[in-house]
Design a protein around this ligand. Structure first.
Ligand code: PRE
Length: 290
């Protein structure tokens, strides 16, 4: 049985999303307290694959997770998919009306990303509440359950409310309907799944220091071959102030004829290129079947 590591405890958006992606076959879903634990377990073979939220419609790239990916040399990206983040306001069980219970809330506990996704709701409906930032949405739900305190609520999935026996005080409270998260799966082995419709390749490019216009040259190596880039993001190398590398998503497989020659051209001008993975990509309407 393949073991899938995800950010726990049970009931996170990551777990819902992992169950959606790894729908068929026998998998064991194993929760880890921190994303760095997910990477470590996948690296040392305790888990076969790790599930990583990498980008959100509202919050953009999850920079910390990109940095973990860059630091884990041995773990290529093996797949990518999109999953909706549906957040709910969750509180302890009570006989009072929902309006009274919401009015009585003094604190909201959740993951930073989830709080940001519900900003307008929280400002308009809970202006009195302060926020506590915790390691995941389900961790917030667990804390509310443990505290048994009607003045604290969590923001999390319907699944987590059911798991911890709590009430949904308000459903689907994200500010935008199209609130999706892009997830990647890391691991040593390729995934066996039906042939995908789309492929992506992710690379890291470090520019040479003494080559003016190098970034323009990099982009033109893709442009004249009509290779589409779906994302380019700079991240500090953490070695020297002002030194950056570029994290680039390319909408093409490394097996295609064009891409290797584009990468060779970039290396020829003195750039360092590292491939983080070449993998199947599934949009939300195109559910994987593995
Ligand atoms: O806290 C969770 O439930 C997670 O799975 C993590 C995470 C994230 O950090 O991006 C994943 C997707 C949601 O948009 C919010 C939170």
């Amino acid at each position: 049985m393949k073991r899938i590591a995800f950010l726990g405890p049970e009931g996170t958006v990551s777990q819902e999303s992992a169950r959606y992606f790894f729908a068929e076959g026998t998998y064991e879903f194993v929760p880890y307290a921190l994303m760095s634990d997910v990477f470590a377990a996948t690296a040392d073979g305790t888990a076969d694959y790790g599930v990583v939220p990498i980008e959100n419609t509202i919050e953009g790239s999850v920079k910390h997770h990109i940095d973990l990916l860059v630091d884990s040399e041995s773990l290529p990206i093996q797949g990518e998919w999109v999953y909706p983040s549906i957040q709910n306001l969750i509180g302890v069980k009570s006989d009072a009306s929902v309006a009274e219970r919401i009015a009585g809330l003094r604190k909201v506990v959740s993951k930073d990303v989830a709080i940001a996704q519900c900003h307008d709701f929280l400002r308009s409906r809970l202006p009195q509440a302060e926020f506590d930032y915790v390691s995941s949405t389900a961790e917030g739900v667990r804390i509310v359950k443990e505290a048994g305190d009607a003045s604290i609520a969590a923001i999390g999935t319907r699944m987590s409310a059911e798991l911890y026996g709590l009430d949904l005080l308000a459903e689907n409270i994200t500010d935008h309907d199209n609130n999706y998260t892009r997830f990647i799966v890391i691991g040593r082995e390729r995934l066996s799944m039906r042939p995908p419709e789309q492929h992506k390749t992710t690379i890291l490019v470090t520019l040479p220091e003494d080559y003016p216009g190098a970034l323009h040259q990099v982009l033109s190596a893709f442009a004249w071959r009509r290779i589409n880039l779906s994302k380019i993001e700079s991240r500090p190398t953490k070695k020297k102030l002002g030194n950056y590398y570029f994290y680039i998503d390319i909408e093409m497989s490394l097996d295609s004829v064009l891409l290797p020659s584009a990468l060779q051209e970039i290396e020829a001008i003195g750039c360092q290129v590292r491939t983080l993975g070449s993998y199947p990509y599934f949009s939300y309407s195109n559910r994987p079947n593995n």
